[in-house]
Design a protein around this ligand. Structure first.
Ligand code: ACO
Length: 343
């Protein structure tokens, strides 16, 4: 995406729909093991000072070897269901956004279904890299709006530590593991999810990719020796596009709802880099006090980032019932999305 080719939003529709959709419970889970910048200093040629000033990250969580994406997803889901007061048998659909599924097949969502005891629900994974949770939220709310489902579980979960090259200082300092989840229902009131804007630009796919392990480069001796199963990223290019796309998506969502940034109580952006977050806040004219940040503790957890941040911000009381919140994401694809919710 260049300046002359600004991110395009293809689903211009405000949420004046048949059934308002509400987030009725949130939950998150992060593994116990903490990997600090000081720990990473011992692994690659980097410093706490470089990581802190360039990214804002101080530490990240790393899952145990036997702990899978589905384990973290299931725990986040249980916490969201408990808060919502929803039983596993009530779940109609499970959507798991992840770029680190337990296996290529079956879907991680099916494994979560078994772990939480939601037998009989529909379940599928969806992949939009770091944007996956908001893509999943939009899909989930569409199923409820249409009347197809009453209760949908949307999860963002990642074990990024398995696709990070721990010898590559350009990427290994950035990522962590964890999961976040929400339960969606229509509870009859006016407010809820007001609008979601999504977009993508596949011409920029090469800026962030895991080239090996798919149909193009199946696992082979060559793919392994070439480290093709690890994440590759053109950081500076991703950075520029992230700022532009999230700004445009935020402005479009505000325009659709006839709101200004002054109306928003809390902005929860993708937690990739503090400088990206500050640049977006600055461009939107939002003070940083309005912006929720937890990347210092978790790094970038891709599809789980905004899901974890939403849960933490809600539990910390950063917004109350009726307040407006703005979610923003950006990731590989390239993909991006924004969402305005009246809590
Ligand atoms: N420690 C020390 N030096 C480093 C490190 C490190 N960990 N990593 C890179 N450097 C060096 C580079 O080699 C480079 O050196 P050179 O100038 O001698 O070549 C120098 O630091 C500067 O590198 P830049 O890439 O220009 O650094 P930048 O300020 O852009 O920060 C970063 C890099 C943090 C990756 C940033 O570009 C970024 O955050 N990009 C966006 C990432 C993102 O948002 N991803 C979201 C999507 S992720 C997903 O979908 C899974």
């Amino acid at each position: 995406m260049t300046k002359s080719n600004k991110p395009h939003l293809r689903n211009p529709r405000s949420r004046q729909t048949l059934r308002p959709v509400h987030i009725v419970g949130t939950g998150s889970y992060v593994p116990e093991r903490v990997l600090t910048n000081a720990d990473i200093e011992k692994m690659v040629d980097t410093t706490d000072e470089w990581i802190t000033t360039r990214t804002g990250i101080k530490e990240r969580r790393i899952a145990a070897p036997e702990q899978c994406t589905s384990d973290m997803a299931a725990e986040a889901a249980r916490r969201a269901m408990e808060q919502a007061g929803v039983d596993a048998k009530d779940i109609d659909l499970i959507i798991c956004a992840t770029m680190t599924p337990d296996m290529m097949c079956p879907s991680t969502a099916c494994l979560v279904q078994q772990k939480i005891g939601a037998k009989g629900s529909a379940a599928f994974d969806m992949e939009a890299a770091c944007s996956g949770f908001l893509y999943g939220l939009e899909i989930g709310q569409q199923f409820i709006t249409s009347g197809t489902c009453n209760t949908v579980l949307v999860i963002g979960a990642e074990k990024l530590s398995t696709i990070v090259d721990w010898g590559d200082r350009n990427t290994c300092v950035l990522f962590g593991d964890g999961a976040g989840a929400v339960v969606l229902q229509s509870r009859g009131e006016e407010h809820g999810i007001l609008t979601t804007c999504m977009g993508a630009d596949g011409s920029l796919a090469d800026l962030l990719l895991i080239p090996g392990g798919g149909a193009r480069h199946p696992a082979s001796k060559e793919s392994i020796s070439g480290k093709m199963h690890y994440i590759k990223m053109s950081g500076r290019e991703v950075y520029k596009n992230a700022v532009m796309a999230m700004q445009t998506a935020a402005e479009e969502a505000l325009r659709r709802c006839n709101l200004t940034v002054a109306d928003i109580k809390c902005i929860i952006p993708h937690q990739a880099n503090l400088r990206i977050i500050e640049a977006i806040a600055n461009r939107l004219g939002a003070p940083m006090e309005k912006v929720y940040v937890n990347l210092n503790r978790y790094g970038n957890v891709s599809a789980a980032s905004v899901a974890i941040a939403l849960d933490e911000a809600a539990r910390e009381g950063r917004f109350q019932r009726g307040d407006l919140i703005l979610l923003l994401v950006f990731g590989g694809g390239l993909t991006w999305a924004s969402c305005i919710i009246q809590w």
